[in-house]
Write a protein that binds this ligand. Structure first.
Ligand code: SIN
Length: 303
């Protein structure tokens, strides 16, 4: 009997599989397809203080082995999430959820993280300082060690649950930013968010996305994400959650050997809504084939 459980800052997950923010909503639609209580947990849609409609359309572009999005943090606002959606979520998800929080100022991050982290069914907070699709917030906090540290420190003071900071790959040295977050009090880091990219419609001679540029994700980014998880694992002592292009059970195992204690799965949910279920079901058999008795033992095994 193999052991798929992992622990993140004292929170035990039945397995390391976590649908990534922005690809799973608040879970309700997926709960109609399968029992989502089989997941380790999931990270809900990036939530801000005010409700947001998001960016103009088109805001999705298909690419070879991936996709671009410029959604722009569409969400119903933290008050609606905490007062209505989280209580309702208890009916279809009985585990602690990960609250992904976006923002445009340190005050906004503080407000949202304080409120969300007080919710009974929030087990972890994921501070999104890496959204590439908004101006004056998001990624602008996550591209220098100093600003990443400032927002982490402010949020850590008020956050009632373990705080993971979600890092941007659109930087020269992601390890330096992870270290700054750790020094500022982060309990963990998650990486990578999307890589900035664009597509052009060659008939119209215009960018495909209304916002011109967007975040690239999907299978094509996996080796980049893996390398960054590997580098960050060596740079910090806090737990690392790995994500970026994960689509198969072997990708999960590879991510964990690079240093991830848990693994988020993003774009793959959009092409196959059952992908997380399939990976969870495949894990024990694949572990047996590879001689792995406990998944926790392979974290960082490739170092
Ligand atoms: C978005 O809503 O634009 C995506 C969120 C993100 O990339 O962090």
């Amino acid at each position: 009997m193999v052991n798929t459980s992992v622990t993140l800052c004292g929170l035990q997950l039945d397995n390391p599989i976590i649908p990534a923010s922005g690809t799973f909503g608040y879970g309700a639609e997926f709960a109609e397809l399968y029992d989502i209580n089989i997941l380790g947990t999931f990270s809900f849609k990036g939530t801000t203080k005010e409700p947001r409609f998001g960016n103009p359309t088109p805001r999705i572009a298909e690419c070879r082995e991936g996709m671009l999005n410029s959604v722009g943090l569409q969400n119903p606002g933290v008050d609606e999430v905490c007062d209505t959606i989280l209580p309702r979520m208890k009916k279809y998800f009985n585990k602690p959820v990960m609250a992904n929080i976006g923002g445009f100022s340190i005050d906004e991050y503080v407000y949202c993280c304080e409120k969300a982290s007080q919710a009974e069914n929030v087990g972890l907070v994921e501070l999104n300082i890496s959204c590439p699709n908004v101006h004056g917030g998001g990624m602008s906090f996550g591209t220098s060690p100093e600003s990443a540290a400032r927002v982490t420190e402010a949020v850590r003071r008020i956050c009632k649950k373990p705080l993971f900071v979600k890092l941007s790959p659109n930087v020269t040295d992601i390890a330096a930013i992870a270290r700054a977050c750790e020094d500022a009090g982060a309990d963990g880091v998650s990486l990578i968010n999307t890589l900035m990219g664009m597509r052009i419609d060659i008939r119209r001679r215009t960018p495909v996305l209304a916002n011109k540029k967007g975040g690239f994700s999907g299978a094509a980014v996996f080796p980049v994400a893996l390398r960054m998880v590997y580098d960050v694992y060596e740079a910090v002592k806090i737990p690392v959650i790995g994500m970026g292009g994960v689509t198969t059970v072997d990708d999960v195992i590879e991510m964990m050997m690079a240093g991830a204690r848990a693994v988020e799965i993003g774009s793959a949910n959009l092409t196959d809504p059952f992908v997380c279920k399939k990976i969870i079901e495949a894990l024990p058999g694949r572990m047996e084939e590879l001689g792995i008795t406990s998944l926790a033992d392979i974290v960082g095994a490739a170092h």
